[in-house]
Design a protein around this ligand. Sequence first.
Ligand code: EPU
Length: 430
Amino acid sequence: MNKYIIHGGRPLMGEVTISGAKNAAVAIIPAALLVDGVCRIENIPQISDVTLLFSILEELGARVRVLNRHTVEIDSRHVHSTQPSFELVRRIRASYYLLGALLGRFGKATVAMPGGCNFGVRPIDQHVKGFRAMGAGVTEGNLVQAVAKGGRLTGAAVYLDMVSVGATMNIMMAAALAEGTTTIENAAKEPHIVDLANFLNSMGADIKGAGTDSIRIRGVEKLNGGTYCIIPDQIEAGTYMAAVAAAGGRLLIRNVIPKHMDCISAKLTEMGVTVEEEDDTLLVSRSGPLQRTNVKTQPYPGFPTDMQPQIAVCMAVAEGTSVVTESVWDNRFRYIGELRRMGAQVQVDGKVAIIEGVSKLRGCPVKACDLRAGAAMVIAGLVAEGTTTISDIKYVERGYENITEKFRALGADFQKVETPEPRLTVVTAG
Ligand code: EPU
Protein backbone atom coordinates (compact mmCIF):
# COMPACT_ATOMS: atom_id res chain seq x y z
CA MET A 1 0.00 0.00 0.00
CA ASN A 2 1.51 3.33 -1.03
CA LYS A 3 2.00 5.99 1.62
CA TYR A 4 3.20 9.54 2.02
CA ILE A 5 5.74 10.24 4.73
CA ILE A 6 6.09 13.88 5.75
CA HIS A 7 8.51 15.33 8.29
CA GLY A 8 6.76 18.62 9.08
CA GLY A 9 7.69 21.99 10.46
CA ARG A 10 9.42 23.59 7.46
CA PRO A 11 8.11 26.77 5.82
CA LEU A 12 7.34 26.52 2.09
CA MET A 13 9.47 28.67 -0.21
CA GLY A 14 9.64 28.86 -4.00
CA GLU A 15 7.39 28.48 -7.03
CA VAL A 16 4.73 26.00 -8.06
CA THR A 17 2.92 25.68 -11.40
CA ILE A 18 -0.73 24.71 -11.27
CA SER A 19 -2.00 21.92 -13.55
CA GLY A 20 -5.16 21.86 -15.65
CA ALA A 21 -8.46 21.71 -13.75
CA LYS A 22 -9.47 18.17 -12.77
CA ASN A 23 -13.20 18.89 -12.65
CA ALA A 24 -13.08 20.55 -16.07
CA ALA A 25 -11.01 17.72 -17.58
CA VAL A 26 -13.30 14.96 -16.28
CA ALA A 27 -16.20 16.62 -18.10
CA ILE A 28 -14.40 17.78 -21.25
CA ILE A 29 -12.90 14.33 -21.98
CA PRO A 30 -16.35 12.62 -22.06
CA ALA A 31 -17.68 15.66 -23.97
CA ALA A 32 -15.19 14.82 -26.73
CA LEU A 33 -17.55 11.89 -27.51
CA LEU A 34 -20.01 14.46 -28.87
CA VAL A 35 -17.54 15.52 -31.52
CA ASP A 36 -17.62 13.82 -34.92
CA GLY A 37 -13.97 14.67 -35.51
CA VAL A 38 -10.65 15.06 -33.74
CA CYS A 39 -10.27 17.26 -30.64
CA ARG A 40 -6.87 18.29 -29.47
CA ILE A 41 -7.03 19.07 -25.75
CA GLU A 42 -4.18 20.88 -24.00
CA ASN A 43 -3.36 21.44 -20.31
CA ILE A 44 -4.80 18.08 -19.30
CA PRO A 45 -3.76 17.22 -15.73
CA GLN A 46 -1.76 14.01 -15.36
CA ILE A 47 -3.92 12.33 -12.72
CA SER A 48 -5.40 8.87 -12.39
CA ASP A 49 -9.02 9.96 -13.04
CA VAL A 50 -7.97 11.25 -16.47
CA THR A 51 -6.08 8.05 -17.34
CA LEU A 52 -9.16 6.04 -16.44
CA LEU A 53 -11.41 8.19 -18.66
CA PHE A 54 -9.04 7.65 -21.59
CA SER A 55 -9.41 3.88 -21.10
CA ILE A 56 -13.21 4.23 -21.06
CA LEU A 57 -13.22 6.28 -24.27
CA GLU A 58 -10.91 3.79 -25.99
CA GLU A 59 -13.15 0.93 -24.94
CA LEU A 60 -16.07 2.73 -26.64
CA GLY A 61 -14.09 2.97 -29.86
CA ALA A 62 -12.57 6.46 -29.62
CA ARG A 63 -8.87 6.84 -30.46
CA VAL A 64 -6.86 8.61 -27.79
CA ARG A 65 -3.38 9.77 -28.82
CA VAL A 66 -1.22 11.19 -26.05
CA LEU A 67 0.95 13.83 -27.72
CA ASN A 68 2.86 14.86 -24.60
CA ARG A 69 2.38 14.93 -20.80
CA HIS A 70 -0.48 17.43 -21.02
CA THR A 71 -1.85 17.22 -24.57
CA VAL A 72 -4.03 14.55 -26.17
CA GLU A 73 -5.95 14.08 -29.36
CA ILE A 74 -9.31 12.34 -29.09
CA ASP A 75 -10.88 11.03 -32.29
CA SER A 76 -14.51 10.03 -31.66
CA ARG A 77 -15.44 9.37 -35.31
CA HIS A 78 -15.44 5.60 -34.86
CA VAL A 79 -17.19 5.16 -31.52
CA HIS A 80 -19.13 1.89 -31.73
CA SER A 81 -20.55 1.40 -28.24
CA THR A 82 -22.82 3.37 -25.92
CA GLN A 83 -22.29 1.06 -22.95
CA PRO A 84 -18.96 1.41 -21.15
CA SER A 85 -18.02 -1.55 -18.98
CA PHE A 86 -19.08 -1.56 -15.36
CA GLU A 87 -15.53 -2.40 -14.20
CA LEU A 88 -14.11 0.89 -15.50
CA VAL A 89 -17.07 3.15 -14.94
CA ARG A 90 -17.62 2.35 -11.26
CA ARG A 91 -14.13 3.57 -10.43
CA ILE A 92 -14.86 7.21 -11.19
CA ARG A 93 -17.81 9.33 -10.14
CA ALA A 94 -17.53 11.61 -13.13
CA SER A 95 -18.61 8.67 -15.30
CA TYR A 96 -22.09 10.19 -15.11
CA TYR A 97 -20.91 12.61 -17.83
CA LEU A 98 -20.80 9.64 -20.23
CA LEU A 99 -24.60 9.60 -20.02
CA GLY A 100 -25.06 13.15 -21.30
CA ALA A 101 -22.36 12.84 -23.95
CA LEU A 102 -23.47 9.46 -25.38
CA LEU A 103 -27.18 10.29 -25.17
CA GLY A 104 -26.55 13.61 -26.94
CA ARG A 105 -24.52 12.10 -29.78
CA PHE A 106 -26.11 8.67 -30.28
CA GLY A 107 -29.55 9.06 -28.68
CA LYS A 108 -28.85 6.30 -26.15
CA ALA A 109 -26.54 5.40 -23.29
CA THR A 110 -26.26 2.72 -20.63
CA VAL A 111 -23.90 3.62 -17.81
CA ALA A 112 -23.37 2.00 -14.41
CA MET A 113 -23.44 4.38 -11.47
CA PRO A 114 -20.43 4.32 -9.17
CA GLY A 115 -21.18 2.50 -5.90
CA GLY A 116 -20.34 3.61 -2.36
CA CYS A 117 -19.87 7.20 -1.41
CA ASN A 118 -17.40 9.40 0.34
CA PHE A 119 -19.44 12.19 1.80
CA GLY A 120 -23.10 11.36 1.78
CA VAL A 121 -25.68 10.38 -0.78
CA ARG A 122 -24.85 11.61 -4.27
CA PRO A 123 -28.09 11.45 -6.25
CA ILE A 124 -28.35 12.25 -9.98
CA ASP A 125 -32.10 13.00 -10.04
CA GLN A 126 -31.50 16.46 -11.53
CA HIS A 127 -29.44 15.03 -14.40
CA VAL A 128 -32.24 12.54 -15.10
CA LYS A 129 -34.89 15.25 -14.84
CA GLY A 130 -33.06 17.19 -17.55
CA PHE A 131 -32.74 14.16 -19.87
CA ARG A 132 -36.42 13.32 -19.42
CA ALA A 133 -37.43 16.91 -20.17
CA MET A 134 -35.52 16.55 -23.45
CA GLY A 135 -37.57 13.50 -24.38
CA ALA A 136 -35.44 10.62 -23.10
CA GLY A 137 -36.87 7.56 -21.42
CA VAL A 138 -34.65 6.85 -18.42
CA THR A 139 -34.60 3.75 -16.23
CA GLU A 140 -32.53 3.80 -13.07
CA GLY A 141 -30.98 1.03 -11.04
CA ASN A 142 -27.39 -0.18 -10.86
CA LEU A 143 -27.35 0.71 -14.53
CA VAL A 144 -28.85 3.96 -15.81
CA GLN A 145 -30.30 3.47 -19.26
CA ALA A 146 -31.41 6.47 -21.31
CA VAL A 147 -32.97 6.39 -24.77
CA ALA A 148 -34.07 9.47 -26.74
CA LYS A 149 -37.52 9.25 -28.31
CA GLY A 150 -37.05 9.15 -32.09
CA GLY A 151 -33.28 8.79 -31.64
CA ARG A 152 -32.57 12.47 -30.95
CA LEU A 153 -33.18 14.67 -27.93
CA THR A 154 -35.43 17.72 -28.19
CA GLY A 155 -34.60 21.07 -26.58
CA ALA A 156 -36.53 21.85 -23.38
CA ALA A 157 -36.71 24.25 -20.44
CA VAL A 158 -35.05 22.73 -17.36
CA TYR A 159 -35.22 24.28 -13.90
CA LEU A 160 -32.77 22.69 -11.44
CA ASP A 161 -34.19 22.18 -7.94
CA MET A 162 -30.73 22.78 -6.48
CA VAL A 163 -27.55 24.23 -7.90
CA SER A 164 -25.72 21.18 -9.27
CA VAL A 165 -22.41 21.29 -11.11
CA GLY A 166 -22.84 17.78 -12.52
CA ALA A 167 -26.43 18.25 -13.69
CA THR A 168 -25.63 21.60 -15.32
CA MET A 169 -22.72 20.09 -17.28
CA ASN A 170 -24.52 16.86 -18.18
CA ILE A 171 -27.61 18.67 -19.49
CA MET A 172 -25.40 21.09 -21.41
CA MET A 173 -23.66 18.15 -23.11
CA ALA A 174 -26.90 16.34 -23.92
CA ALA A 175 -28.45 19.54 -25.30
CA ALA A 176 -25.52 20.48 -27.55
CA LEU A 177 -26.78 18.24 -30.39
CA ALA A 178 -30.51 18.25 -29.50
CA GLU A 179 -33.13 19.51 -31.88
CA GLY A 180 -34.09 23.03 -30.77
CA THR A 181 -33.17 25.14 -27.77
CA THR A 182 -32.62 24.06 -24.16
CA THR A 183 -32.52 26.44 -21.22
CA ILE A 184 -31.10 25.59 -17.81
CA GLU A 185 -32.31 27.82 -14.97
CA ASN A 186 -30.69 27.86 -11.52
CA ALA A 187 -27.56 26.57 -13.25
CA ALA A 188 -24.23 26.22 -11.45
CA LYS A 189 -21.64 28.91 -12.22
CA GLU A 190 -18.32 27.21 -11.41
CA PRO A 191 -15.34 28.04 -13.64
CA HIS A 192 -15.44 24.50 -15.07
CA ILE A 193 -19.02 25.09 -16.30
CA VAL A 194 -17.72 27.98 -18.37
CA ASP A 195 -14.77 25.88 -19.49
CA LEU A 196 -17.02 23.07 -20.74
CA ALA A 197 -19.21 25.59 -22.59
CA ASN A 198 -16.12 27.18 -24.17
CA PHE A 199 -14.85 23.75 -25.19
CA LEU A 200 -18.17 22.81 -26.82
CA ASN A 201 -18.50 26.24 -28.50
CA SER A 202 -14.99 25.92 -29.91
CA MET A 203 -16.13 22.62 -31.51
CA GLY A 204 -19.19 24.31 -33.07
CA ALA A 205 -21.84 24.31 -30.31
CA ASP A 206 -24.05 27.33 -29.58
CA ILE A 207 -24.10 27.88 -25.81
CA LYS A 208 -24.68 31.24 -24.17
CA GLY A 209 -24.87 32.34 -20.54
CA ALA A 210 -22.45 29.82 -18.98
CA GLY A 211 -21.16 31.41 -15.77
CA THR A 212 -24.61 32.86 -15.01
CA ASP A 213 -27.56 31.01 -13.50
CA SER A 214 -29.36 30.90 -16.85
CA ILE A 215 -27.78 28.99 -19.74
CA ARG A 216 -29.22 28.70 -23.25
CA ILE A 217 -28.09 25.93 -25.58
CA ARG A 218 -29.21 26.00 -29.22
CA GLY A 219 -28.75 22.48 -30.53
CA VAL A 220 -26.62 22.11 -33.66
CA GLU A 221 -26.48 19.27 -36.19
CA LYS A 222 -22.86 18.33 -35.64
CA LEU A 223 -19.74 19.23 -33.66
CA ASN A 224 -16.46 19.28 -35.56
CA GLY A 225 -12.94 18.90 -34.25
CA GLY A 226 -10.72 21.66 -32.92
CA THR A 227 -8.13 22.60 -30.31
CA TYR A 228 -8.88 23.59 -26.73
CA CYS A 229 -6.82 24.41 -23.64
CA ILE A 230 -8.26 23.55 -20.19
CA ILE A 231 -8.26 26.22 -17.45
CA PRO A 232 -5.96 25.96 -14.41
CA ASP A 233 -7.23 24.07 -11.37
CA GLN A 234 -8.81 26.44 -8.84
CA ILE A 235 -8.74 23.84 -6.07
CA GLU A 236 -5.16 22.72 -6.64
CA ALA A 237 -4.09 26.37 -6.48
CA GLY A 238 -6.20 26.87 -3.34
CA THR A 239 -4.60 23.82 -1.75
CA TYR A 240 -1.08 25.28 -2.24
CA MET A 241 -2.34 28.61 -0.87
CA ALA A 242 -3.72 26.87 2.22
CA ALA A 243 -0.46 24.94 2.61
CA VAL A 244 1.67 28.09 2.71
CA ALA A 245 -0.89 29.75 4.99
CA ALA A 246 -0.65 26.86 7.46
CA ALA A 247 3.08 26.09 7.21
CA GLY A 248 4.28 29.69 6.70
CA GLY A 249 6.71 30.85 4.02
CA ARG A 250 6.42 32.55 0.63
CA LEU A 251 5.10 30.93 -2.54
CA LEU A 252 4.75 32.13 -6.13
CA ILE A 253 1.84 30.23 -7.67
CA ARG A 254 1.96 30.19 -11.48
CA ASN A 255 -0.74 29.40 -14.04
CA VAL A 256 -3.81 30.57 -12.10
CA ILE A 257 -6.80 32.72 -13.00
CA PRO A 258 -6.76 35.10 -9.99
CA LYS A 259 -10.49 35.92 -10.37
CA HIS A 260 -11.32 32.23 -9.77
CA MET A 261 -9.32 32.42 -6.55
CA ASP A 262 -11.14 35.44 -5.03
CA CYS A 263 -13.34 33.34 -2.72
CA ILE A 264 -10.25 31.61 -1.29
CA SER A 265 -7.91 34.64 -1.32
CA ALA A 266 -10.48 36.70 0.62
CA LYS A 267 -10.70 34.14 3.46
CA LEU A 268 -6.95 33.65 3.71
CA THR A 269 -6.45 37.42 3.77
CA GLU A 270 -8.90 37.63 6.69
CA MET A 271 -6.70 35.06 8.43
CA GLY A 272 -3.57 37.23 8.10
CA VAL A 273 -2.11 35.79 4.88
CA THR A 274 -0.76 38.17 2.22
CA VAL A 275 -2.02 37.44 -1.30
CA GLU A 276 -0.72 39.55 -4.21
CA GLU A 277 -2.13 39.06 -7.73
CA GLU A 278 -0.39 39.68 -10.99
CA ASP A 279 -1.59 38.48 -14.42
CA ASP A 280 -1.65 34.70 -14.05
CA THR A 281 0.28 34.43 -10.78
CA LEU A 282 -0.37 34.79 -7.07
CA LEU A 283 2.31 35.55 -4.51
CA VAL A 284 1.18 34.12 -1.18
CA SER A 285 3.06 34.59 2.09
CA ARG A 286 2.60 34.43 5.82
CA SER A 287 4.99 35.43 8.54
CA GLY A 288 2.73 36.48 11.49
CA PRO A 289 0.23 34.22 13.32
CA LEU A 290 -2.91 32.97 11.57
CA GLN A 291 -6.17 34.52 12.80
CA ARG A 292 -9.52 32.79 13.29
CA THR A 293 -12.33 33.08 10.74
CA ASN A 294 -15.64 31.47 9.76
CA VAL A 295 -16.37 29.71 6.48
CA LYS A 296 -19.62 28.53 4.93
CA THR A 297 -19.30 26.44 1.78
CA GLN A 298 -21.49 27.44 -1.14
CA PRO A 299 -21.71 27.05 -4.90
CA TYR A 300 -19.40 29.39 -6.87
CA PRO A 301 -18.67 32.26 -6.32
CA GLY A 302 -19.03 31.21 -2.66
CA PHE A 303 -16.32 29.40 -0.75
CA PRO A 304 -15.84 25.98 -2.44
CA THR A 305 -16.69 22.80 -0.56
CA ASP A 306 -13.63 21.26 -2.22
CA MET A 307 -11.44 23.64 -0.13
CA GLN A 308 -13.26 23.03 3.16
CA PRO A 309 -10.90 20.36 4.61
CA GLN A 310 -7.77 22.31 3.60
CA ILE A 311 -8.89 25.59 5.22
CA ALA A 312 -9.98 23.65 8.31
CA VAL A 313 -6.31 22.70 8.82
CA CYS A 314 -5.38 26.41 8.69
CA MET A 315 -8.07 27.08 11.30
CA ALA A 316 -6.75 24.24 13.46
CA VAL A 317 -3.48 26.15 13.93
CA ALA A 318 -4.96 29.70 13.95
CA GLU A 319 -5.41 31.87 17.04
CA GLY A 320 -8.99 31.66 18.39
CA THR A 321 -12.13 29.72 17.53
CA SER A 322 -13.27 29.26 13.92
CA VAL A 323 -16.52 27.83 12.59
CA VAL A 324 -16.94 25.82 9.37
CA THR A 325 -20.42 25.22 7.97
CA GLU A 326 -20.64 22.66 5.17
CA SER A 327 -23.73 23.41 3.14
CA VAL A 328 -23.12 21.43 -0.07
CA TRP A 329 -22.49 17.84 1.11
CA ASP A 330 -24.16 15.94 3.97
CA ASN A 331 -21.10 14.28 5.42
CA ARG A 332 -17.83 15.96 4.58
CA PHE A 333 -16.24 15.95 8.03
CA ARG A 334 -14.97 12.37 8.13
CA TYR A 335 -11.37 13.62 8.09
CA ILE A 336 -11.87 15.50 11.37
CA GLY A 337 -11.22 12.28 13.33
CA GLU A 338 -7.80 12.04 11.64
CA LEU A 339 -7.05 15.70 12.35
CA ARG A 340 -7.95 15.22 16.01
CA ARG A 341 -5.40 12.39 16.22
CA MET A 342 -2.81 15.00 15.28
CA GLY A 343 -3.86 17.20 18.21
CA ALA A 344 -6.50 19.45 16.58
CA GLN A 345 -9.35 20.57 18.84
CA VAL A 346 -12.55 20.18 16.81
CA GLN A 347 -16.17 19.53 17.70
CA VAL A 348 -18.58 18.50 14.93
CA ASP A 349 -22.32 18.98 15.21
CA GLY A 350 -24.09 17.92 12.02
CA LYS A 351 -22.90 20.20 9.24
CA VAL A 352 -20.96 22.54 11.58
CA ALA A 353 -17.41 22.11 12.89
CA ILE A 354 -16.10 24.32 15.69
CA ILE A 355 -12.34 24.52 15.60
CA GLU A 356 -10.34 25.78 18.60
CA GLY A 357 -6.89 26.74 17.30
CA VAL A 358 -3.87 25.02 18.91
CA SER A 359 -0.23 26.11 18.83
CA LYS A 360 0.96 22.92 17.15
CA LEU A 361 -0.10 19.63 15.57
CA ARG A 362 1.78 16.35 16.14
CA GLY A 363 2.70 13.95 13.35
CA CYS A 364 1.16 10.44 13.51
CA PRO A 365 -0.26 7.80 11.12
CA VAL A 366 -3.45 9.05 9.43
CA LYS A 367 -5.45 8.14 6.33
CA ALA A 368 -6.87 10.05 3.37
CA CYS A 369 -10.66 9.60 3.64
CA ASP A 370 -11.25 11.11 0.19
CA LEU A 371 -9.46 13.36 -2.29
CA ARG A 372 -9.68 16.74 -0.51
CA ALA A 373 -9.49 15.13 2.94
CA GLY A 374 -6.21 13.61 1.76
CA ALA A 375 -4.96 17.05 0.67
CA ALA A 376 -5.85 18.34 4.13
CA MET A 377 -3.80 15.54 5.73
CA VAL A 378 -0.84 16.55 3.56
CA ILE A 379 -1.13 20.15 4.78
CA ALA A 380 -1.48 18.98 8.39
CA GLY A 381 1.64 16.82 7.93
CA LEU A 382 3.60 19.80 6.58
CA VAL A 383 2.68 21.84 9.67
CA ALA A 384 3.00 19.13 12.34
CA GLU A 385 5.98 18.45 14.53
CA GLY A 386 7.46 15.03 13.82
CA THR A 387 6.48 12.45 11.21
CA THR A 388 3.08 12.03 9.56
CA THR A 389 2.38 8.88 7.56
CA ILE A 390 -0.63 9.10 5.25
CA SER A 391 -2.27 5.94 3.89
CA ASP A 392 -4.95 5.53 1.19
CA ILE A 393 -3.14 8.06 -0.99
CA LYS A 394 -4.82 6.66 -4.11
CA TYR A 395 -7.53 9.22 -3.41
CA VAL A 396 -5.07 12.10 -3.49
CA GLU A 397 -3.52 10.89 -6.73
CA ARG A 398 -6.89 10.98 -8.45
CA GLY A 399 -6.81 14.76 -8.34
CA TYR A 400 -3.33 16.18 -7.67
CA GLU A 401 -0.59 15.94 -10.29
CA ASN A 402 2.89 15.23 -8.91
CA ILE A 403 2.01 16.42 -5.44
CA THR A 404 5.13 14.90 -3.86
CA GLU A 405 7.52 16.51 -6.34
CA LYS A 406 5.71 19.86 -6.23
CA PHE A 407 5.94 20.10 -2.42
CA ARG A 408 9.52 18.83 -2.34
CA ALA A 409 10.51 21.62 -4.73
CA LEU A 410 9.18 24.04 -2.09
CA GLY A 411 11.47 22.63 0.59
CA ALA A 412 9.06 20.10 2.15
CA ASP A 413 10.43 16.83 3.51
CA PHE A 414 7.83 14.74 1.70
CA GLN A 415 8.29 11.23 0.32
CA LYS A 416 6.12 8.67 -1.34
CA VAL A 417 6.80 5.08 -0.34
CA GLU A 418 5.54 2.57 -2.88
CA THR A 419 4.73 -1.02 -2.04
CA PRO A 420 2.79 -3.32 -4.37
CA GLU A 421 -0.98 -3.41 -3.85
CA PRO A 422 -2.04 -6.88 -2.62
CA ARG A 423 -5.06 -6.91 -4.98
CA LEU A 424 -7.03 -4.58 -7.23
CA THR A 425 -9.04 -2.13 -5.08
CA VAL A 426 -11.88 -0.02 -6.34
CA VAL A 427 -12.05 3.57 -5.16
CA THR A 428 -14.43 6.33 -6.06
CA ALA A 429 -13.76 10.01 -5.61
CA GLY A 430 -14.38 13.51 -6.94
N1 EPU B 1 -27.54 16.90 -5.91
C1 EPU B 1 -28.80 16.31 -5.91
N2 EPU B 1 -29.27 15.79 -7.08
C2 EPU B 1 -28.55 15.81 -8.22
C3 EPU B 1 -27.27 16.42 -8.23
C4 EPU B 1 -26.79 16.94 -7.05
O1 EPU B 1 -29.47 16.26 -4.88
O2 EPU B 1 -29.04 15.32 -9.24
C5 EPU B 1 -27.03 17.50 -4.67
C6 EPU B 1 -25.80 16.75 -4.15
O3 EPU B 1 -26.16 15.64 -3.34
C7 EPU B 1 -25.07 17.84 -3.39
C8 EPU B 1 -25.39 19.11 -4.20
O4 EPU B 1 -26.56 18.80 -4.96
O5 EPU B 1 -25.60 17.96 -2.11
C9 EPU B 1 -24.31 19.57 -5.15
O6 EPU B 1 -23.87 18.50 -5.98
P1 EPU B 1 -23.22 18.72 -7.42
O7 EPU B 1 -24.06 18.05 -8.42
O8 EPU B 1 -22.91 20.17 -7.59
O9 EPU B 1 -21.85 17.91 -7.26
P2 EPU B 1 -21.16 16.98 -8.33
O10 EPU B 1 -21.35 17.54 -9.69
O11 EPU B 1 -21.52 15.56 -8.10
C10 EPU B 1 -18.89 18.24 -8.40
C11 EPU B 1 -17.46 17.92 -8.16
C12 EPU B 1 -17.21 17.77 -6.67
C13 EPU B 1 -17.66 19.05 -5.95
C14 EPU B 1 -19.11 19.40 -6.30
C15 EPU B 1 -19.57 20.73 -5.73
C16 EPU B 1 -16.83 16.70 -10.13
C17 EPU B 1 -16.46 15.40 -10.74
N3 EPU B 1 -17.11 16.68 -8.84
O12 EPU B 1 -19.63 17.13 -7.92
O13 EPU B 1 -15.80 17.66 -6.55
O14 EPU B 1 -17.56 18.86 -4.55
O15 EPU B 1 -19.25 19.45 -7.73
O16 EPU B 1 -18.76 21.76 -6.18
O17 EPU B 1 -16.83 17.72 -10.79
C18 EPU B 1 -13.78 17.02 -5.61
O18 EPU B 1 -13.22 17.48 -6.62
O19 EPU B 1 -13.17 16.64 -4.58
C19 EPU B 1 -15.22 16.88 -5.62
C20 EPU B 1 -15.88 16.13 -4.76
